[in-house]
Design a protein around this ligand. Sequence first.
Ligand code: UDP
Length: 269
Amino acid sequence: MLGTDAGHPHHWKKKMARRRQIYEGKAKILYEGPEPGTLVQYFKDDATAFNNKKKGVIAGKGVINNRISEYLMTRLSDIGVPTHFVRRLNMREQLVREVEIIPVEVVVRNIVAGSLAVRLGMDEGTPLPRSIVEYYYKSPDADKPLVTEEHITAFGWASPQDLDDIVPMALRVNDFLSGLFLGIGLRLVDVRLEFGRLWEDEHMRIVLADEISPDNCRLWDIKTNEKMDKDRFRQGLGNVEEAYQEVARRLGILPESGPRDLPGPKAVQ
Ligand code: UDP
C-alpha cells in the first residue's frame, strides 16, 4: 500500500481535511472534533512506563481500551457521574466534549501497590484501612510529583471548590468501579482519574475526562491474584494483550471479530 495509495495526493488531502491534530500523548491522540466543543480521542497501541523510560507496543490495546473506556464511562454516566465521553465512533476513536484538563492526576487506592508500596516500604497487596486519595501534579518539567491539596490550591491548579467536586466524585467512581469489577472476579487495586472543566455558557462544571482502562488502573484476579493490567507490561510479565482482552471479555465487550484493527465504520453522526 505504501508508495501507491498512501502517497497519493488526493488521499492525503482527504485525510488532512478530515480533522486537525490538537495534541499527541503517549497512548492517545486528540483531534479536532466534528462540531465546536468536541474532540476525537484516538487510542494508540503504544505503551510507556516509568515516565517514558520504558516504551513498547501492546498489539490491539487501542481497540480494547477504546471499548473498555466507552463501557465504563457509560456505566458511570448511568449513575450520574458527569463525564466528557459522548460516543464511540469506530474501532480506535471516540467523540468527547472538549474540556480544560486540570493538571492533577487523582489516584484512588484500595490496596497497596506500585509507588505506594515503594514509598511506604509496605508489601504489595496489603489492604488499606480505607480508600486513599492521592494527587500527582502533571508537571511539564518533573516526573509527576506527589502533591497535597495545599500545593494544588496555592498554585491554582484547582480551586478548593474544584476539589470539593473532585474528591467525592473520585471516591464515588472508585466505589462503583470496585463493585463492577468485583462482579467479574477482579479486584480494583487502584485507579488514576483525570478531571476537566466543562464550560457551558457562563457555567462551569467538573467532569471525569481522559480514559479508564487497564492502562490506568490495577486489576487483580480475585482467585489467582494475577495482574490483569499495565503492570504486566511494566514488569515484563508477558501475556499483556491477553490480559487486556480478558478484562474486555469479562466485561462482555470483546469485539465479536476479536481486536483486529479493521477500518470499521466511519464516524457516524
Ligand atoms: N498511573 C497512571 N499513570 C501514571 C502513573 C500511574 O495511570 O503516570 C496509574 C497506575 O496504572 C496505577 C495508579 O495510577 O493504577 C497508581 O500508580 P502508582 O502511583 O502506584 O505508580 P506506578 O507504580 O504506576 O508508577
